[in-house]
Design a protein around this ligand. Structure first.
Ligand code: NAD
Length: 244
């Protein structure tokens, strides 16, 4: 019960990694506020549906979670979108969507959450970046990598700037994870997702792709007291398959 009495806000709570986070934080004693476009059917202490592209919604999420839960100790900025292709195939709409969800929304949520956490004596924020961008860019995903580099850099800045307030800000940088984000990409390109996941898994030194739980457990470690001396870290979780 590492998180008993802790109040946690999780974005992207309906997704592959997000849903495992919600279930496990609650199993370990936390009260959880879930944020996603559709949160119906998710067991949680507070439901905060909305679109992260709406600045008012993103600005209001942290205060709404504090109000609903009675406090805010932990924030996981997990929601994300992926756009594929080189810069020359990237539209203005791709730019707005990717920066809006992957960078601007976590910026807005952190900007509101940090003063609330500081007032309460501290807290922990975990951002979900990626090996692609957080550590080194991968091929043919220029915009996605750029946004993940931005959130990685913002994590390092906030990790330094807010440590004195007892707020630890860190990021996890996964390589490929077997979630709807990855599987829908295979399906769109005409591949059978199961076959493609197995094939890609065989390129990983550990012999398989990450499951959402493999990433969840590192996020929860960073959110927990076990990571009490970690601030601004970018933690790569890759099964031995580094991108650079
Ligand atoms: P997912 O697609 O299963 O979940 C992402 C969630 O974010 C979805 O539930 C979606 O509804 C939500 N979301 C997206 N846009 C939103 C918006 N405008 N407003 C509100 N919610 C919105 O993907 P996942 O793999 O679980 O991704 C979680 C995080 O992990 C993302 O930040 C992603 O970039 C990162 N990541 C994933 C992989 C991978 O291979 N799956 C690898 C590295 C990093």
């Amino acid at each position: 019960m590492r998180f008993s009495e802790k109040n946690v806000l999780i974005t992207g709570a309906a997704g592959g990694i997000g849903s495992t986070l919600v279930e496990r934080f609650r199993a370990e004693g936390a009260r959880v506020a879930v944020a996603d476009r559709d949160v119906s059917g998710i067991d949680a202490e507070a439901h905060l549906p909305g679109d992260l592209l709406d600045p008012g919604y993103a600005d209001g999420l942290a205060p709404a979670a504090r109000e609903a839960l009675g406090g805010l100790d932990i924030l996981v900025n997990n929601a994300g979108v992926i756009t594929r292709g080189p810069v020359t195939e990237t539209s203005d709409a791709d730019w707005s969507l990717s920066f809006g969800v992957n960078v601007e929304a976590p910026f807005r949520i952190c900007r509101a959450a940090i003063p609330l956490m500081a007032e309460a004596g501290g807290g922990a924020i975990v951002n979900v970046s990626s090996c692609w961008g957080g550590k080194a860019p991968g091929p043919n995903h220029a915009l996605y990598c750029t946004t993940k580099a931005a959130i990685a850099s913002m994590t390092q800045c906030m990790g330094t700037d807010h440590a004195h307030q007892g707020i630890r800000v860190n990021a996890v940088c996964p390589n490929e994870v077997n979630t709807p984000m990855l599987r829908s990409g295979f399906a769109k390109r005409g591949f059978d997702p199961d076959t493609a996941v197995a094939a890609l898994g065989s390129t990983v030194p550990l012999g398989r792709l990450a499951e959402p739980e493999d990433i969840r457990d590192v996020i929860m470690f960073l959110a927990s007291e076990d990571a009490r001396y970690m601030c601004g870290a970018l933690v790569e979780v890759n099964g031995g398959k580094a991108v650079a």
